[in-house]
Design a protein around this ligand. Structure first.
Ligand code: GLC
Length: 751
């Protein structure tokens, strides 16, 4: 039987019930029609499945099955590796098959507007291209196993403060260019089975009932085919939600909203077609899972998946500084200082918190690596100076050749549910690091944090390794990198500003008001720092290696004269060092057409390449017209003006190796929006109306032209004319309102 027929056999009560959870984690069954109950569970970086006997919760508080905790998104984004994300997704899909979970609630792709967002650890990047590409790969990986995903949180959920009621206020261009593209890319490249709408409002309308967001954009424009589920408890007006395209309320509302739906349909306030459409979309996914369910096929092999988590972690860790102190040598006496060496922070708090079946720490691996002495120095789960630990650490360090401090943010500093209030590490860590520096020993700091931190001693230590929250295998991974068994290749997917006040959202982040104004617009992250040419602690895209890479032979090949049908960019990358390694090549585009106020450059492609020592490979990256475009609200569409653009290829946003210019032509002209107040310059700029102004309006401009043609006027005269609204001609000529109406009509007929 097909889904439509099935829906036609359902009662109104059954259909209303289908649009909300049967309980915290399951969809509604209808036994008489053979509709099964299916389970959804959190992700994104592991399977948090709560068995039936546990009270369901959405904050990682109650029990969950033992599972494998992969690196969190803050870390996996640093791989810039689509294939790796696909592989991780595939593994998670297999785990879900084994555990009979139909949809994995991830990836989480909200843009990192501020380093203070408590949930940044779970999100990928400050850049929507990175977030889109990597989340699409992850989705394709999970769904290759006939398991669904739920890309979240749609949309503009960029803080935890008052997340269930605040309104993210941003203009359409900012939403389109920054906060929506990761979802758009994922829908277009991976068709997630479901999308999870966010808690917050967008410009005053809750995401869970936002027709523009959930139907006009997500479905009508992008072609999303699955169903939309709410974040847990995100529904406000259930009837409005159905009409807006929000299909499944999670968890259920104990029937309260079922009744609201039934009454609304019965009263005519809600069309039954809208309800049927939601039910149909939910059942499509329920049966898609049922059809692809492996009965007894997959086994959740935690040890095997640990090895995969280890492999992934090694690709994510970022080497931020190395003044000849890394890799460590077996024969060196090394002091490991800091509680994170023993109990590393490897994931964040909240709904993504995985019950890890095992965790390795650097210390647990130490015996394999040589003469390592350990002193706790400070606890990993608090900001507390303990004099005994402090003294012990100083003593241990004194006797060593090198000192490695394992530092980071305790769980209490950042989590789902609340935001950070500053960017500092715990005071006890900074104090101890400063004291250890007085010993004058070579020092490396290994960081375990979900979001950028201020590093007041960064210019005085010799090495910095950013391990982020790198999953349960973090200890084994960081040891392999510290001792050079693995060459680090991660690069930052977010900027580390020197201080919080430098961040573009600083004046408008969170706060007490329910209105959060995204006043920085599209200038988020490196888009801001680079446009302002500001110094940062570590730039977007930055990461070191134990080897070096050279770039050469940048080639640009347009697939058509206009450059709008695709451009191939190739560059030769050579490993000029002694050790094999992976380079992440980044391609930024700079718009020199002056057609709009835009960030000075934007990441539009990236590719990772593995090179043996001395090896050279050609890296080819493709750009489509969108790579040059900005979102023009007057046209409600993407627009790339004719003119010069610069292709910038390099190893980070601040380390561009090669550039080349490309010229776009034959672009669609921007049509002016014509009403009584249209600026004459907009009419002169548009080929379809230029002549009309020069022939029919010039008679009203004598006061500015002195009887000359517009082209013969001087700069002052031309600019007065250019910026003149049509309606102002009433003040400088015998123009009448009737005449203005007539002119507006004639001009619109020319578009
Ligand atoms: C939480 C989170 C969401 C999660 C859901 C279920 O509140 O915002 O990401 O998937 O509830 O736990």
């Amino acid at each position: 039987m097909n889904i439509k027929e099935l829906v036609s056999q359902m009662t109104l009560e059954e259909k209303a019930a289908m649009c909300s959870g049967n309980d915290f984690w399951h969809t509604e069954p209808v036994a008489r029609l053979g509709i099964p109950r299916t389970m959804v569970s959190d992700g994104p970086h592991g399977l948090r499945k709560q068995p039936e006997e546990c009270d369901g919760d959405h904050l990682g508080l109650n029990g969950a099955i033992e599972a494998v905790c992969f690196p969190a998104a803050c870390a996996t984004a640093c791989s810039f590796d689509r294939d790796m994300m696909y592989d991780m997704g595939q593994i998670l899909g297999k785990e879900c098959q084994a555990e009979k979970v139909s949809v994995l609630l991830g990836p989480a792709v909200n843009i990192k507007r501020s380093p203070l967002c408590g949930r940044n650890f779970e999100y990928l990047s400050e850049d929507p291209y990175v977030a889109g590409e990597l989340s699409a790969a992850y989705i394709n990986g999970v769904q290759s196993q006939n398991i669904g995903t739920s890309i979240k949180h749609f949309a503009a959920n960029n803080q935890e403060t008052a997340r269930m009621s605040a309104s993210s206020n941003a203009n359409e261009r900012t939403l389109r260019e920054i906060y929506l593209p990761a979802f758009e890319t994922a829908v277009k490249k991976a068709q997630p089975w479901t999308v999870m709408c966010s808690y917050n409002q967008i410009n005053g309308e809750y995401a869970s009932q936002n027709h523009w967001l959930l139907t006009e954009v997500l479905r009508d424009e992008w072609g999303f085919e699955g169903y939309v589920m709410s974040d847990w408890g995100a529904v406000r007006d259930r009837v409005k939600g159905i009409a807006a395209g929000m299909d499944l309320e999670m968890p259920g509302s104990n029937g309260v909203n079922d009744q609201a739906i039934i009454q609304a349909v019965q009263s005519g306030a809600l069309s039954e077609e809208d309800l049927n459409a939601s039910v149909e979309r939910i059942l499509n996914i329920v049966f898609r899972y049922e059809k692809g369910k492996e009965v007894g096929g997959s086994v959740f092999d935690r040890e095997k998946d640990y090895e995969k988590a280890l492999e992934i972690a090694k690709k994510c860790i970022v080497l931020l500084k190395n003044e000849g102190v890394l890799p460590l040598k077996k024969e060196e006496k090394v002091a490991f200082i800091g509680g994170f060496a023993e109990t590393p922070r490897y994931q964040g708090g909240g709904s993504s918190h995985i019950h890890a079946h095992k965790v390795t720490s650097a210390l647990s691996m130490a015996s394999e690596y040589g003469d390592i002495r350990y002193a706790k120095g400070f606890p990993a789960d608090a900001d507390r100076t303990e004099p005994v630990l402090f003294e012990e650490a100083m003593k241990t360090a004194k006797d060593a050749d090198k000192v490695v401090v394992f530092a980071g943010l305790p769980d209490i500093f950042e989590s789902e549910g609340y935001d950070r209030i500053h960017m500092q590490l715990p005071e006890c860590q900074n104090v101890l690091i400063e004291k250890l520096l007085e010993l004058g020993k070579p020092m490396i700091v290994v960081l375990h944090n979900g979001s950028p931190v201020e590093l007041p001693w960064a210019d005085r230590v010799q090495g910095i390794v950013e391990a982020y929250l790198c999953g349960e295998a973090v200890g084994e991974a960081e040891m392999e990198i510290l001792y050079g068994r693995v060459n680090p290749s991660g690069k930052l997917a977010e900027t580390f500003p020197k201080r919080l006040e430098d961040n573009p959202s600083y004046l408008n982040f969170a706060g007490k008001s329910k209105d959060v104004d995204y006043s920085e617009g599209v200038f988020v992250g490196y888009r801001y720092y680079d446009s302002k040419d500001m110094e940062v602690l570590f730039p977007f895209g930055y990461g070191l290696s134990y080897t070096t890479f050279a770039y050469g032979n940048l080639q640009i090949e347009k697939k058509s004269e206009s450059g709008r049908d695709g451009i191939n960019v190739s560059v030769d990358v050579t490993n000029t060092g002694e050790m094999a390694g992976k380079e992440i090549v980044q391609l930024y585009v700079a718009d020199h057409t002056q057609s709009a106020i835009r960030p000075i450059q934007e990441l539009r492609q990236f590719a990772s390449v593995w090179l043996e020592a001395g090896e050279t490979k050609k890296v080819v990256m493709e750009l489509d017209e969108r790579a040059f475009s900005w979102y023009d609200e007057t046209q409600h569409d993407w627009y790339a003006a004719d003119g010069v653009y610069e292709i910038r290829v390099g190893r980070s946003s601040r380390d561009i190796e090669l550039t080349a210019e490309v010229i776009l032509t034959d672009g669609k002209e921007k049509k002016p929006v014509i009403d009584a107040n249209v600026m004459l310059g907009d009419l002169l700029d548009y080929s379809g109306t230029k002549k009309y102004v020069e022939q029919n309006l010039v008679q009203y401009l004598d006061g500015f032209t002195g009887g000359k043609a517009i082209d013969e006027c001087d700069e002052m005269e031309k600019s007065m004319i250019y910026y003149m609204p049509l309606s102002s001609l009433r003040s400088f000529s015998n123009m009448t309102n009737e005449k203005i109406d007539e002119i507006v009509k004639e001009l619109n007929a020319l578009l």
